[in-house]
Design a protein around this ligand. Structure first.
Ligand SMILES: *[C@@H]1O[C@H](CO)[C@@H](O)[C@H](O)[C@H]1NC(C)=O
Ligand SMILES: *[C@@H]1O[C@H](CO)[C@@H](O)[C@H](O)[C@H]1NC(C)=O
Ligand SMILES: *[C@@H]1O[C@H](CO)[C@@H](O)[C@H](O)[C@H]1NC(C)=O
Ligand SMILES: *[C@@H]1O[C@H](CO)[C@@H](O)[C@H](O)[C@H]1NC(C)=O
Ligand SMILES: *[C@@H]1O[C@H](CO)[C@@H](O)[C@H](O)[C@H]1NC(C)=O
Ligand SMILES: *[C@@H]1O[C@H](CO)[C@@H](O)[C@H](O)[C@H]1NC(C)=O
Ligand SMILES: *[C@@H]1O[C@H](CO)[C@@H](O)[C@H](O)[C@H]1NC(C)=O
Ligand SMILES: *[C@@H]1O[C@H](CO)[C@@H](O)[C@H](O)[C@H]1NC(C)=O
Ligand SMILES: *[C@@H]1O[C@H](CO)[C@@H](O)[C@H](O)[C@H]1NC(C)=O
Ligand SMILES: *[C@@H]1O[C@H](CO)[C@@H](O)[C@H](O)[C@H]1NC(C)=O
Ligand SMILES: *[C@@H]1O[C@H](CO)[C@@H](O)[C@H](O)[C@H]1NC(C)=O
Length: 794
């Protein structure tokens, strides 16, 4: 313990030094965060006020692209709410219990607008202001709203203009018992003489099963209360002071809530404090009272506290931009910022089980987050990531399964394999631990083994399906005969590939924990991907043969091959989700998935006929329109040239996609940010490193800044990537040679000790490909095609 405390003291000291030598000691890192990136064009980024991983996330909700509440798409504001998800792709998420301010004509409550379709108004586009811990805008009615947050409460200032445009003057604020998806089942609200509104509602998760109860507690200050009450449909009254509403019938969704009218205060400002909780309305009240205490609710200090929390997180990374544009610097820090939206810290807010372990929610979904977001946090915020891993294990302990997706205390839908297996293994190979407490690796092993061996009844939300076939046939058959458990009986190819990698991760854990028999068993199962390889399948685009022969194909239970066109589900064809057009590959084509064997790329290279055939397939994938960099399965393919001894080609791919597909505009993301998946992809790329999660490997490519330093919050040591001959015009993107702590370094990858031990990697770059990193022994390790005697050899 003592040595840990000393490390933290040392860390503070190092921070001072690091910040003196960062980009610029006078630049506040928060000025490099643009929260509006990806708020249009389907990025679904949360633009509002939040603390890192905070449960309270306040923003204006619109009726356009409102998955994360707000969008810069110019649609209408329907309210201001206090909890959101960021970047997700399901239904609009959370947005429970919005407030909406207005002035009613003649100050007559009968003239107020209650229902969303009536009350919504445009916002003034130029008025939108979003900075870490803060969001504000002005409505076309002249009423402006600014907001900041603590962990479990939001604080709003609504400013009412002196002339409201109508003949009324009294501010009126309603609370709506709804959420962004209008998923409410039933709800309660009561309002007392002090204007406190509290209550609850039962809602449906935005991409999951079951339901959850959410609670609120709102108080108002700054103006004297004229009247208050409840409203139902388009009508309101001063009596009664409480109501219980049901959903309504069929399509007639009942709209209802509370309202409060004030005498106009001299400065026009009415403050609202909203506490939230998943436990009870009383806890929502105590959260608010504890976090935003007193009667004067100090907006500036709440905002500053949120800003300080963000500075602490972001100052772990410092750069010497070397002339790189402000846009790229903003893109980089904004991306790092977005990796810390979710998973959200709901510790103390989980009514489902009692535990002293941390509880994180909004793993939305692990299929997206395991590839680069959670590995990114392993570097910049290992203490929080350790808590997240412990939370996953505690969820396993109480629910019986690791989640593949989880939101709003509910089980989310599994997209591919059991990818929490990869998250746990990645943490293991990087020796993740934290001063707050270690990870129970034996429990982790038990949880991953459970995924591999036991089939749940409902494998659409946990575990894996088709395990009888997986064990007997060594592949997932198309149209499997599976009476043990139920899920969407599709994706047999992508599930075979993912389960193979999940089993590889289990083998890795087994080896580390000294379970040698299991190591051998699961290493063998990790070769199952080979069983769906059909070496005579060809692929044509618009009737023209691509010239490549041999692709993964679906296979029936009886061993007979099925057929799926290798370009089906690619951007050249149609999208394939769980519910729309499900196929044998999920959300991507056989062309993309043919590279998804993260543990066995050397074997894949052999299968494709050697490095040059492998590279021509990769090149075709990235030049033919077959890949979608806006969806996560493409991420790893950008760095696969490293395995074929051509790290220069990975560098070229990185620069092909950044900044053309990832830039600092509101439309600057190529797809859903997925709680920071896209963000972490771009941040890693700019850093010149990329992980192969589940393995202790980071691929090295040319960074976007002259120097990037990351100080480990655990060891206090600073790792630095420095580029010699750095060129901010990005002609010099080819590494010629490298030194690690001053010693020549020829491998084209490094391991996690780079970060924990604070090493310095100096890359010398030039304008054409050099010989660095090309030797076979300098490529990252991986399984060959040899399956050790158990079955067909490739
Ligand atoms: C600051 O960074 C430069 C290179 O970017 C390096 O030469 C110098 O030694 C650093 N100074 C300190 C105090 O770390
Ligand atoms: C430091 O930042 C200030 C203000 O942004 C800028 O004017 C100055 O050029 C920067 N200096 C360096 C060395 O980048
Ligand atoms: C916003 O609402 C106004 C009416 O207040 C309507 O005319 C307009 O079409 C709406 N805009 C959008 C983008 O929905
Ligand atoms: C205010 O305006 C509303 C709607 O235009 C009208 O119904 C009401 O009579 C007016 N009230 C007064 C006090 O002028
Ligand atoms: C509210 O709705 C939920 C979900 O449909 C249901 O379980 C619960 O019993 C309802 N509560 C009341 C009081 O009707
Ligand atoms: C919701 O609030 C009502 C009214 O206070 C209360 O009776 C009910 O128990 C609450 N429901 C839950 C799930 O807390
Ligand atoms: C998570 O929330 C709990 C309860 O509010 C708090 O004690 C803990 O410090 C939080 N963890 C982080 C990493 O902020
Ligand atoms: C893992 O971390 C622990 C605690 O920091 C340390 O004692 C141990 O040496 C590390 N092991 C490896 C293999 O790095
Ligand atoms: C295997 O099963 C498929 C699908 O049911 C069927 O079309 C095919 O004819 C079968 N093959 C043999 C050899 O029975
Ligand atoms: C910015 O990124 C978006 C999304 O990928 C893309 O459509 C747009 O063309 C990019 N803009 C520039 C100037 O490259
Ligand atoms: C590294 O590459 C640069 C540029 O090609 C060259 O000038 C330098 O001599 C090389 N250093 C080593 C140690 O190979």
């Amino acid at each position: 313990m003592a040595s840990i405390l000393m490390q933290f003291a040392l860390l503070s000291l190092l921070h001072l030094v690091a910040s003196q030598n960062s980009t610029n000691s006078t630049t506040d890192v928060l000025t490099l965060v643009n929260q509006l990136i990806g708020t249009d064009n389907g990025g679904n980024v949360f633009a509002g006020a939040t603390r890192p991983y905070g449960m309270a996330k306040a923003v204006a909700d619109v009726d356009g692209q409102n998955t994360a509440g707000f969008s810069t798409d110019g649609s209408n504001v329907t309210g201001f709410s206090h909890m959101h998800d960021s970047g997700t792709g399901g239904n609009p998420s959370l947005g429970n219990f919005p407030l909406f301010p207005q002035v009613c004509p003649g100050d007559d409550i009968d003239n107020c607008k209650f229902q969303i379709a009536d009350r919504k108004v445009p916002y003034v586009a130029s008025s939108v202001k979003a900075t870490p811990g803060y969001f504000s805008l002005e409505l076309s009615t002249g009423i402006s709203a600014e907001m900041t947050v603590t962990e479990h409460a939001a604080l709003y200032h609504f400013t009412f203009p002196s002339s409201s445009g109508s003949n009324g003057t009294s501010p009126m604020i309603l609370l709506d018992l709804t959420d962004l998806s209008a998923s409410r089942q039933n709800a309660s609200i009561s309002i007392d003489s002090n204007g406190r509104m509290k209550g609850n509602g039962t809602f449906i998760p935005s991409f999951g099963s079951g339901s959850f109860v959410s609670h609120f507690c709102s108080d108002f200050r700054g103006a004297s209360i004229k009247d208050n009450g409840i409203w139902v449909n388009a009508r309101a009254g001063s009596e009664p002071k409480e109501i219980f509403v049901t959903r309504g019938i069929n399509l007639f969704y009942l709209e209802s809530g509370g309202w409060i009218q004030f005498d106009r205060p001299a400065n026009g400002v009415v403050s609202a404090r909203v506490g939230v909780s998943f436990v009870s309305a009383d806890q929502a009240c105590s959260n608010a009272e504890h976090e935003i205490p007193g009667d004067d609710w100090d907006f500036a200090s709440i905002k500053k506290s949120a800003e300080d929390a963000w500075r602490d997180k972001l100052n772990v990374v410092s750069i010497d931009a070397g002339g790189a544009s402000q846009d790229l610097q903003t893109g980089f820090y904004s991306a790092i910022y977005r990796t810390m939206m979710s998973p959200q810290n709901y510790t103390g807010e989980n009514p489902l089980w009692q535990s002293s372990e941390p509880y994180y929610d909004s793993f939305y979904c692990i299929w997206d987050a395991f590839r680069s977001q959670l590995p990114f946090l392993t570097i910049v915020d290992p203490i929080t990531l350790t808590s997240m891993v412990r939370s996953l294990l505690n969820t396993y302990k109480h629910v019986g399964w690791l989640p593949d997706c989880r939101m709003s205390l509910c089980k989310g839908f599994t997209q591919g394999g059991s990818n929490a297996d990869v998250v746990l293994t990645d943490a293991y190979v990087k020796n993740l631990t934290s001063p707050d407490g270690p990870i129970d690796w034996e429990l982790a092993y038990e949880a991953v083994l459970n995924d591999a061996e036991n089939e749940p009844l409902d494998w659409s939300v946990e575990g894996r399906g088709g395990l009888q076939s997986w064990k007997r046939l060594n592949y997932i058959p198309v149209l499997d005969y599976d009476y043990l458990g139920f899920g969407t009986n599709s994706r047999s190819i992508s599930r075979t590939l993912e389960y193979s990698y999940d089993d590889y991760c289990l083998a890795t854990l087994a080896k580390g924990l000294g379970k040698n028999d299991d190591h051998t068993k699961y290493l063998s199962r990790a070769t199952n991907w080979q069983n769906l390889w059909k070496d005579d399948t060809t692929s044509s685009i618009n009737g023209k043969d691509t010239g490549f022969t041999g692709f993964f194909q679906p296979k029936y239970l009886n061993g007979t091959w099925g057929y799926q066109d290798p370009i089906l589900c690619s951007p050249l064809d149609s999208f394939c989700s769980l519910t729309t057009n499900p196929q044998e590959t999920f959300e991507d084509s056989i062309w993309e998935y043919q590279f998804y064997v993260p543990h066995a790329i050397p074997g894949l290279i052999d299968l494709f006929g050697g490095p040059s055939s492998f590279l021509s397939r990769l090149d075709f994938l990235h030049t033919s329109g077959l890949t979608d960099i806006g969806n996560e399965p493409s991420f790893l393919t950008v760095f696969l040239p490293h395995y074929a001894g051509r790290p220069a080609l990975s560098s070229e791919l990185v620069h092909k996609y950044i900044p053309s597909y990832f830039n600092s505009t509101t439309t600057g993301l190529p797809g859903n940010d997925d709680t920071g998946a896209m963000a972490s992809f771009s941040a890693f790329c700019m850093m010149g490193l990329f992980p192969n999660p589940g393995q202790n490997i980071y691929f090295i490519s040319a960074p976007f800044f002259a120097s990037i330093s990351v100080t480990s919050p655990i060891t206090g040591k600073t790792a630095t990537m420095r580029t010699s001959n750095f060129d901010s015009g990005y002609e010099n993107i080819y590494v010629q040679n490298a030194t690690l702590d001053g010693v020549p370094y020829t491998k084209n990858w490094i391991d996690h000790s780079f970060f924990t031990e604070g090493k310095t990697l100096v890359l010398t770059v030039a304008g054409q490909e050099g010989a660095w990193g090309q030797k076979a022994e300098d490529a990252p390790p991986g399984m060959s095609g040899d399956r050790g005697g158990s079955g067909r050899m490739l």
